[in-house]
Ligand binder design. Structure first.
Ligand code: ADP
Ligand code: MG
Length: 704
């Protein structure tokens, strides 16, 4: 149907009871402009009017229930400050008292002694007696009982409530709209074939029943259909985009597993790969053999062995005549990778190079020359690697370690490093993303997961301590240092503005100096206000074991490896996010010694703060922690989700509807597999729907 003729897109202004003022208010407050918007304005709860209670059944409860009773007595009392209206309500089973503190005149006018009404209210227990306050009510007539429904309650705003645009009015407006629409006006983008195949209720009836369900069952069917629609189109858009991108970007083909890979694999790796490592290597190899440019996210908890996977992938590139590079977010991390990889490549005929901002002058010129000539097989460094003046002979794969500091723009810069064929890109992160988020937030990346740690890891003992136990804490630090261990003490981030954080850190440092005096003890201090060179040298002192204690802000969060450090103390731990706490804890437990993570906090904890600390104490599983994080913070605050389309979900929740999401995704996948460009007749409405979606338009813009 021609959209301009579809009444769905009529302005709400012309509905009976709206008019220009209310219309502009609805638009301003709730973004409702058309009939279509209005019927997509969903209730957030329902009042159960399908059941009739009797007075003696009423119990204290969170749920409002319905009962029929006669008003036997009305009285207004004038308290010292407040007037109060009390009504005694009676049915065959007993009496109950109802009280109003507001709108008394209006209620007194409507309620008449001796008449029967339907009341809706939550009962509460006040001083041992069941009573109700501010019940909704309407005069009882026989046909009132016939229209038993779950009555919808809509989200509102203060302004809307003030102008009388409450649930009651919205219900009549929405009823009005439905009465004016015919079945063919509804836009069912899924189409009848799939509706039937997936045993869903029809789009139109789901829309009607989400507003006016006659039963819990009706409501559930309606919700199932509409949630499915939301999740399905979210996934379809994502998979469709991915498909289009693949069709466009060619990648180098790494067809063979050659000598270098095999030599390293057979002779150099001192341990057996974990099942999870083998699995992801297989997934990556599939991509690399396909001729299509790979964009893959490799997620695995701290210590799960991602570097090994990266190294094998780089060797695969070398075996096929391509160079490889690996980029780390900090100088220290890059150097650690370089030292370890160069060491392992000895005798392999592989030339490993290093490049960062600190490599200057002649040394830099030399590296660049060898790189361009193809003498360097593997280049390791910081983001200096993506600068324009870094030219490879033939870059086949780029590995990005600890992804959260690199954005799409940086990835794009890598794409342009080679002419014709874009290098494959593997992004590694130790911040696990809940599965459903990974399936949506990173629409342009495939995801591989290492969900298993190498055997023999010792758990890190995690405890929560209140600040009052500082004496015990210091004694513990002393014991560990005596054993030859090193200790991290981390404070919340110091930013330009937060003088308090710096003060905290400095006070803590002063206290430590008194308890752990020089020269017996040495303490490193690292925070964001230090110059880069000073940070670096303080860090290095700790890495070399010259200092026993490292007092720092979260700058040490990412990747640093000091196996001898076995204690992580986090001050004001209630102020950190879960994923940050988990990352910090991952700095210890890297050596053979028993490790500890101690979460310090004051007594005054928020509910969420408490839950975060409890979660840390309870589990060390990064994925479990990520799930709790998602639950506590909601998807909007998790990195990477803002532009993902997750925020457009209305009914469905990526936390609560994970199974449905995966189901919807699989169906979307099979449709794209069968019809990659959505050109078949039954898929055309789907394609049209994608074109209306924000997320689709944005991604499409990026790749074409
Ligand atoms: P991350 O995933 O945090 O980057 P790393 O790659 O740094 O983890 O690995 C952590 C440690 O585990 C390293 O010392 C590495 O040599 C070791 N390791 C990696 N894979 C295995 C394995 N399959 N078995 C035993 N140890 C392994
Ligand atoms: Mg790592």
């Amino acid at each position: 149907m021609d959209p301009s003729k579809n009444p769905l897109f009529t302005s709400i202004e012309f509905l009976k009871g709206v008019g220009p003022n209310r219309a502009s208010l609805l638009t301003k407050e709730l973004d409702i402009r058309t009939w279509n918007d209005l019927i997509h304005h969903f209730p957030f709860r329902y009042i159960d009017k399908t059941q009739m209670y009797s007075v003696s059944d009423l119990k204290q409860s969170d749920v409002a229930v319905q009962f029929k009773a006669t008003v036997t007595r009305l009285s207004i009392t004038k308290g010292k400050f407040k007037r109060r209206l009390t009504a005694t309500l009676r049915d065959q089973t007993g009496t109950i008292r109802a009280t109003w503190f507001q709108g008394i005149n209006w209620v007194a006018e409507k309620l008449v002694e001796g008449r029967e009404y339907l009341f809706f209210a939550k009962a509460s227990n006040y001083k041992g007696a069941i009573s109700i306050s501010h019940p909704e009510f309407e005069e009882y007539t026989v046909d009132k009982l016939k229209s038993k429904t779950l009555e919808p309650v809509y989200p509102s705003t203060e302004l809307l409530t003030k102008t009388g645009l409450e649930s009651k009015l919205k219900r009549t407006l929405i009823k009005q709209v439905f009465s004016k629409l015919k079945p063919e006006h509804f836009l069912d983008y899924l189409g009848p074939t799939y509706t039937e195949k997936l045993k869903l209720s029809s789009h139109a009836s789901a829309l009607y029943n989400i507003h006016f369900p006659k039963s819990e069952e009706d409501l559930q069917r309606a919700q199932a259909r509409l949630k499915f629609e939301e999740l399905f189109f979210l996934q379809l858009g994502m998979i469709f985009n991915q498909q289009q991108r693949k069709a466009k970007l060619k990648g180098a083909v790494f067809a063979k597993v050659g000598d270098k890979f095999m030599k390293y694999f057979n002779e150099k790796i001192p341990f057996e790969l974990t099942g999870a490592q083998k699995k992801v290597i297989k997934e990556i190899r599939n991509d690399l053999g396909s001729g299509i440019q790979m964009n893959r996210l490799l997620q695995g908890d701290v210590g799960s062995g991602k570097t090994m996977v990266a190294l094998l992938v780089m060797l695969l590139a070398n075996d096929n005549g391509y160079q490889a590079c690996m980029m780390a977010p900090t100088e220290i991390l890059a150097q650690q990778h370089y030292t370890s990889i160069a060491e392992q490549m000895k005798g392999m005929g592989i030339h490993v190079g290093f490049l960062s901002g600190s490599v200057k002058g002649k040394r830099r010129a030399e590296v660049l020359k060898l790189l361009k000539e193809g003498v360097i097989h593997i280049l390791i460094g910081t983001h200096a690697l993506i600068e324009d003046w870094v030219v490879f002979k033939q870059l086949g794969v780029a590995i990005i370690d600890e992804q959260h500091r690199f954005g799409v723009a940086q990835r794009a810069a890598l794409w342009s490093k080679t002419e014709g064929i874009a290098p494959h890109i593997l992004v590694m992160t130790a911040t696990p993303i809940p599965r459903t988020l990974a399936l949506t937030a990173y629409g342009d990346l495939e995801v591989s997961t290492i969900d298993e740690l190498p055997p023999g890891r010792k758990p890190i003992k995690t405890v929560h301590m209140y600040d009052t136990r500082r004496v015990d804490l210091n004694n513990f630090i002393e014991t560990e240092i005596k054993k030859g261990r090193q200790v991290y003490i981390v404070y919340p981030l110091i930013e330009e503005s937060s003088k308090l954080d710096l003060q905290n850190l400095e006070d803590g440092y002063e206290r430590l100096l008194q308890r752990f005096p020089r020269p017996k003890y040495q303490i490193s201090v690292v925070h964001g206000k230090l110059k880069a060179a000073d940070k670096e040298s303080e860090m290095q002192r700790f890495v070399r074991g010259e200092t026993q204690i490292m007092v720092a802000t979260t700058v040490i969060e990412v990747g640093v490896n000091v196996p001898n450090a076995s204690v992580m103390i986090i001050e004001n731990s209630e102020r950190f996010g879960l994923s940050q706490l988990h990352q910090l804890r991952g700095r210890v437990g890297r050596g053979s010694e028993k490790s500890y993570c101690i979460l310090m906090s004051g007594y005054n904890l928020s509910i969420n703060g408490k839950k975060r600390l409890e979660t840390m104490v309870r589990t060390q599983d990064g994925f479990e922690i990520a799930e709790v994080d998602l639950e506590l913070r909601g998807p909007g605050n998790i990195e990477g989700t803002q532009q993902s389309g997750v925020m457009d979900l209305n009914l469905a929740s990526i936390v609560k509807d994970q199974e449905l999401m995966i189901y919807a995704r699989n169906i979307a996948k099979s449709i794209i597999h069968d019809d990659p460009f959505l050109q078949k007749d039954i898929h055309i409405p789907m394609h049209n729907k994608l074109k209306t979606m924000r997320n689709y338009r944005k991604n499409w813009g990026r790749i074409s």
